[in-house]
Design a protein around this ligand. Structure first.
Ligand SMILES: [Cu+2]
Length: 127
């Protein structure tokens, strides 16, 4: 029993210490910022590693987007973003702007036609 209460008071001390510690409050703020971010996964039509570069570069440096990665096998993109800074719809549009159809946005024909021959993926049929 004595040991248990010792452990409990140690825990309490740690908890108090943590909340009054400046570093800890910075960490809490970081967690809050992280909590605002979302990770989404959706389909982006494409073929190869060159497509991967084009798709990922389209989202690189875009405000509100932390990172993205497109899988050449599954054709799925994973995007980490802050919904307060960029709308999911706009992420789809950014990808379509460089020639790649997504579940929600369609690339312009002329942009698609300018893609490298090996990158001209089979376009999804219209619904
Ligand atoms: Cu390609």
């Amino acid at each position: 029993m004595k040991e248990l209460s010792l452990v409990l008071s140690l825990c309490l001390l740690f908890a108090l210490g943590a909340t009054t510690n400046v570093q800890a409050s910075n960490d809490i703020q970081k967690v809050v910022v992280l909590a605002k971010k979302k990770t989404v996964k959706f389909k982006v039509y494409g073929n190869c590693g060159m497509c991967k570069n084009t798709i990922e570069n389209a989202l690189k440096g875009v405000k509100g987007i932390s990172w993205s990665t497109w899988n050449t096998e599954t054709k799925m993109i994973t995007v980490r973003y802050n919904p307060k800074k960029i709308k999911l719809e706009d992420i789809h549009k950014k990808i379509a702007a460089v020639g790649y159809d997504t579940e929600k946005a369609k690339a312009k024909d002329e942009v698609y036609n300018n893609l490298h021959g090996c990158c001209q993926y089979d376009r999804p049929t219209k619904k």
